[in-house]
Write a protein that binds this ligand. Structure first.
Ligand code: NAD
Length: 436
């Protein structure tokens, strides 16, 4: 497993769990050191236990030694990052470096599997990079390249991997297809979920999935903002449309905008591909613009209520991670919200159950931002409460205690976690996204 981040570590661990012998490689020596000492560098429910069990059983090991990694497996998964480049395209340098590293060293048949999210045509580039390395040392070792995009969700990654909705395999080599069927067979004992297709379609499928989900979110956010103006309640609308099986309930929650390592960069990368082909995806342009605006929707509500000058104000912030059950701060809406509040002179005291360490890294030294050890501690001397992440522990707070602690009885809820009537019954003013 080349790349031991969210995807590589979960994938490697789950493959070990069903009996495979897995060696996880990373260039980040600090990450590998943590794993070797029995630690887990990321927060992902259930992962630690699984890692420990498989390390103890001798099926899961970690290394920075690329020679060992290439020698280890007939299947070489590439699960490195594909961050956005300056122009929005996916930065392919890590994937291609990994491919070259394999090409340089392989001495027997290898199946090289792109698990990273990569633009259409990447398998060809990976194939060319490996072929070039082989040619430079006059080797004729056979290999196949497969696209196997990953659909796991951070925060439920282990469950998603162990019980996938589908596994997409893009390949044209029969041996490779057979090997992929075999390695995924333990995850689909109840019924077949493997979708085999051509490589380019597999590569596009991953972007299409994330773009569709991002579209649903932006659509609901825009609709929620309109509901505010119309004095309608988006929660009723959500149920009214979600109950239609053609629409479904999932991903219809309005909020503070999507974040994380995937949606923002994948929407950008797909737009970039489309632009290159002079087939701009107009819908995605709007999805992105709506999302950028949505990240500041709560701040707009704060300013509408308290005025534009927030000098001397302190806000208690519940939640920093881009969503619940993760410590991932990449593109988290909290970053835009903290920056906007600080720019208006406010101070922010933030609490998050797991993301504070990551947040400290992400924010660096921001004088206006400090951290609290509990949700209630964050309220101490705060003017108002701002809820940003939908953590379970925020769902049923003691509203009377909140009112007693706040200087002003104001709750700005970016996740629509509460029943407006309940919050108001406790004497609090409640501002949510598209709720009456
Ligand atoms: N995070 C998710 O929820 C998710 C879900 C589906 C798909 N993906 C995709 O999977 C890919 C990986 O995402 P991630 O979130 O796991 O990233 P990540 O940043 O958490 O992990 C990537 C790891 O690869 C390592 N790496 C980089 N170059 C390397 C090399 N040459 N050899 C060995 N290791 C190397 C990095 O040090 C890092 O630890 C991305 O393309 C992403 O879009 C992510």
């Amino acid at each position: 497993m080349i790349g031991t981040g969210y995807v590589g570590l979960v994938t490697g661990t789950c493959f070990a769990e069903v009996g495979n012998d897995v060696l996880c490689l990373d260039v980040d020596a600090a990450k590998i050191a943590i794993l070797k000492q029995g630690g887990v560098p990321i927060h992902e429910p259930g992962l630690e236990t699984l890692i420990r069990r498989n390390v103890d059983a001798g099926r899961l090991r970690f290394t920075t030694d690329i020679d060992a990694a290439v020698a280890h497996g007939a299947l070489q998964f590439i699960a490195v990052g594909t961050p956005p480049g300056e122009d929005g395209s996916a930065d392919m340098q890590y994937v291609l470096t990994a491919a070259r590293a394999i090409g340089k060293r392989m001495v027997d048949f290898k199946i090289v599997i792109d698990k990273s999210t990569v633009p259409v045509g990447t398998a060809d580039r990976v194939r060319a990079a490996i072929a070039e390395e082989l040619a430079s040392r006059a080797a004729v070792t056979p290999f196949a390249v497969v696209s196997n995009p990953e659909f796991l969700k951070e925060g439920a990654a282990v469950d998603d991997f162990m019980r996938p909705d589908r596994v997409v395999i893009g390949a044209d080599d029969e041996r490779a297809i057979a090997a992929m069927r075999k390695v995924y067979a333990p995850f689909m004992r109840n019924h077949e979920r493997l979708l085999v297709m051509d490589v380019r379609s597999a590569e596009l499928t991953k972007y299409a999935a994330n773009a569709m989900l991002a579209t649903r979110i932006s659509f609901m956010n825009e609709l929620a903002n309109l509901a505010d103006d119309l004095d309608a309640d988006i929660e009723h609308v959500r149920q009214g449309i979600g109950s239609d099986p053609r629409i479904g309930y999932q991903f219809l929650y309005p909020g503070v905008g999507y974040g994380g390592s995937c949606f923002p960069k994948d929407v950008k990368a797909l737009r970039h591909t489309a632009d290159q082909h002079r087939r701009p995806l107009k819908i995605l342009e709007a999805v992105e613009a709506a999302n950028d605006a949505q990240k500041l929707r709560l701040v707009e509500k704060i300013v509408a209520r308290l005025g534009g000058n927030l000098d001397g104000r302190t806000f208690a912030l519940w939640g920093l991670a881009f969503k619940a059950n993760t410590d991932d701060m990449r593109e988290a809406p909290s970053r835009a919200i903290v920056a906007a509040l600080a720019a208006r002179g406010a101070k922010v005291v933030a609490y998050d159950p797991v993301a504070i360490a990551e947040a400290k890294r992400a924010f660096g030294d921001v004088a206006a931002l400090s951290y609290a050890a509990s949700p209630m501690a964050a309220l101490d001397r705060a003017d108002a409460l701002v809820v940003i992440t939908e953590w379970k522990e925020f769902r049923s707070p003691d509203f009377d205690a909140i009112r007693r602690m706040l200087k002003e009885p104001l709750v700005f809820d970016g996740r629509n976690l509460y029943e407006p009537a309940t919050v108001r019954a406790a004497g609090l003013e409640y501002f949510a996204i598209g709720r009456r």
